[in-house]
Ligand binder design. Structure first.
Ligand code: F6R
Length: 246
């Protein structure tokens, strides 16, 4: 089942997403959260950090486990564009999560099969994901599952699509500095999550959101597979929803 929250703007999207995550953690303090990086969830993490600090909501991350969607291949952890760095900077350093409970693919592992099978083992050992947060690429990717011929089920190493390199170059000095490969959870890992919350803000996501909500299910638009999941909540702002009528 797919539920849509139409919100005004990025801030409302962020607040709504943070509310759903906080509710998950309050109800199940040992939840496994699947988290995303990129511009989209920054505001969500800001709200969670703020609410944790202000403490009136009593959100306790002590027993929470986090397993992130993806990581660039080849960036060191202290590189401020690595997703390891992003998660520390935007969320983990602000809350009482234990370092040993946070997981992200090992971007420094050169052996792709090893990096992926180790990450599969981590997800399995955690017993799966309770709530998976997703952004969406302008090309419909989720995690770094880029458009392709087939849905790839398990964690894998992907060659980033040219449009993803282009989109993400805004964070790097130039396009050449964007890593060409990344490790990502597969579509099967994402689809196994008990709940999925997908966020989208801005016009650049309008077409991808249209395909997700009403397009045909195809590996050319990886997010379209979410139509088959039993518990998806899409929180999208007016611009991201501007290509659909609801
Ligand atoms: C990031 C991720 C990606 C992003 C997507 C949107 O962990 O998995 O799928 O969610 O590329 O990126 P932003 O939010 O920067 O527009």
């Amino acid at each position: 089942m797919l539920k849509i929250y139409k919100v005004k703007n990025y801030d409302e999207m962020s607040k709504k997403a943070a509310t759903l995550i906080a509710a998950q953690v309050i109800a199940n303090p040992d939840s496994v959260l699947g988290l995303a990086t990129g511009s989209t969830p920054v505001g969500t993490y800001e709200y969670l950090s703020k609410w944790y600090k202000e403490s009136y909501l009593d959100i306790n991350f002590e027993d929470v486990k986090v397993v992130n969607l993806d990581e660039y291949k080849g960036l060191t952890r202290d590189n401020d564009q690595s997703y390891y760095y992003f998660m520390q900077d935007n969320l983990f350093k602000n809350i009482n999560i234990k370092a040993e409970n946070t997981h992200i693919p090992n971007g420094l592992e050169d052996d792709e099969a090893k990096a992926c099978s180790e990450y599969e083992d981590i997800i399995t050992s955690l017993g799966g994901v309770d709530l998976q947060l997703l952004g969406i690429g302008g090309n419909g990717h989720i995690g770094f599952n880029e458009p392709g011929e087939v849905f790839v089920k398990d964690c894998h190493c992907i060659e980033l699509a040219p449009e993803t390199i282009e989109a993400n170059s805004r964070f790097f000095a130039n396009k050449e500095e964007v890593p060409k490969k990344a490790y990502t959870m597969g579509i099967g890992n994402i689809m196994k999550a008990k709940k999925i919350v997908l966020l989208a803000s801005g016009k650049a996501k309008a077409n991808a959101i249209k395909q997700l909500l009403s397009g045909k299910i195809t590996a050319q638009v990886p997010a379209s597979v979410l139509q088959l999941h039993h518990d998806v909540t899409v929180i999208a702002d007016e611009e991201a929803l501007s290509a659909v009528e609801i």
